[in-house]
Design a protein around this ligand. Sequence first.
Ligand code: GUN
Ligand code: ZN
Length: 438
Amino acid sequence: MTELALRGATYTLAADPFLNSPSDCAVYESDGCILIRDGLISAIGPYARLRDKLPADIELRHYPDSILMPGFVDAHIHYPQVEIIGSYGAQLLEWLNKYTFPAEARFADPDHARRIADFFITELHRNGTTSASVFCTSAPGSVDAIFKAAQRHNMLLLAGKMMMDSHAPANLVDTAQSSYDDSKALIERWHKRGRCRYAVTPRFALTSSPRQLELAGALMREHSDVRLQSHISENRAEVARASELNPQRMHYTDIYDHYGLLSERAIYGHGIHLAEDELRRFHEIGAKIAHCPTSNFFIGSGLFDIAKTKNAARPVTVGLGTDVGGGTSFSMLGTMSEAYKMAQMRGNSLTAAQCWYLATLGSAEALGLGERVGSLRAGRDADIIVLDPRATPLLELRAGVAESIDELLFALMICADDRAIAATYVAGKLVHERDFAD
Ligand code: GUN
Ligand code: ZN
């Protein structure tokens, strides 16, 4: 039985601030303590209350002037696209052909997959991200590589083999049957092995034949606890092409719905251009959306309307994703900042609690992981980050005049980056410690 206690300010969300009053959502303790046992949070509360209950020989790590938070949960990210982050001058369909597909083809080489997978996991930890839903490539070896890298750090990670049998380069396409067989074998090999979780991953409606979508539906029926990740309604040309390819379907959402791919276990990236009846269907069936603002700005896809999507009359569950390499940063802080700005463009000012919720518990709930990660609570996994609100001279100056925790957290999410992540713990183990000497 391993035991460790962390002391510092603690902040967590306990409920969705888009749908509940703020006082019911954020829980802040200015001098708190988290007790960790066997990778789980065994107790959390004010240090003054827990101090006397700590075992005499426990290791206590004190982080004065820092804030202990749940690790970030990235609801949508592509690890094979790390090398093409920040690629110039194209919108979605051209960007896929020009940059993405050539980069993904390199993952047929297991050494390349291993090298990028290791880099990727380290980069997540440097940015305070402790769980993610990860797209791989159509090569099954790319899935092995990312799960092996995640497993070395005991990370709770969702990932899946990209299913794509149409309208893509010959060196990337699979067939409907091979994608089914490979996905099934990967589910058997990896799903629920340690903290690994499988996500059935048809890329999007444009690169899957009807038969492949049908077989993705079969995988979901045959494995009642795997998740599904894909893309929907990101770009107007994509939406038009999806209709052209599926003239018998009412709208984009109806394509996935028809094949049994819309369910409470499914999360779709983007959803920028979904119409009201599509959002209503998402709500009705419990399907989720991963909002990826840095990507939407960078690829020029459009402005996601989060207020409309989470309309309390028929709320759709939304998580926050970086969408690297369409997205421009691994940092969920930077991603919150862009989510705030995108909402501003729609005339809606998100609160600090709403943004921190999206990056933690909101994403965890969107991935079906809300009972394990995304919040600090006894019984949850000990995935914890240590935030340094004075990590740079500018942040120090700004923190000095902040009059409330909300004001401090807001300025931090707008202005901070990976330098503010002083430490990252996964299942109670330190996996990253910032070193300014580097
Ligand atoms: N739609 C289908 N594939 C992709 C992808 O790799 N990135 C983004 N941003 N959108 C997609
Ligand atoms: Zn994506």
